[in-house]
Design a protein around this ligand. Structure first.
Ligand SMILES: [Zn+2]
Ligand SMILES: [Zn+2]
Length: 140
């Protein structure tokens, strides 16, 4: 996966028409280094000590801006559990029923055949599997 440093994140945000404020850079950086598709709460808790001026609303608005500009995806894994994904390539998600960890897997989502027909406009395709991950199945 991409491994951008602070300066590169600044450039990356600017390339995508996003004003690179310190908070935005740090939020993007956190997403990049987090492999578990964090929720708003997790991002907020992880950054609040370093950025005391940060509010949950700022985190939320920043994430929405990133989505609007197409540099992250929103992933609805179960019900109302909204998570954020910095990996915008086509991939599916596997959630472990035991530890709750969300794994990425490669999948040719674009090639999936449906009977929706041409009158449906598809904006996003999600592929979601559930089960037990290797580290949890070893323990049982
Ligand atoms: Zn597990
Ligand atoms: Zn993902």
């Amino acid at each position: 996966m991409k491994n951008l440093k602070m300066d590169n994140i600044r450039d990356y945000l600017m390339t995508n028409d996003i004003k690179p404020s310190y908070q935005r850079i740090r939020i993007y950086e956190y997403l990049m280094n987090s492999y578990d598709h964090p929720r708003v709460d997790e991002i907020y808790k992880a950054l609040i000590d370093e950025i005391p001026t940060l509010s949950k609303t700022t985190v939320y608005n920043t994430l929405n801006l990133f989505i609007e500009k197409g540099i992250i995806h929103m992933v609805t894994i179960e019900g109302t559990e909204v998570r954020y994904d910095v990996d915008i390539s086509d991939h599916g998600h596997f959630k472990c029923d035991v530890c709750g960890k969300v794994y990425d897997f490669k999948a040719d989502i674009v090639e999936i055949e449906t009977n929706l027909g041409e009158s449906f406009i598809i904006n996003q395709k999600d592929l979601f599997f559930r089960g037990i991950c290797p580290s949890c199945s070893v323990k049982n």
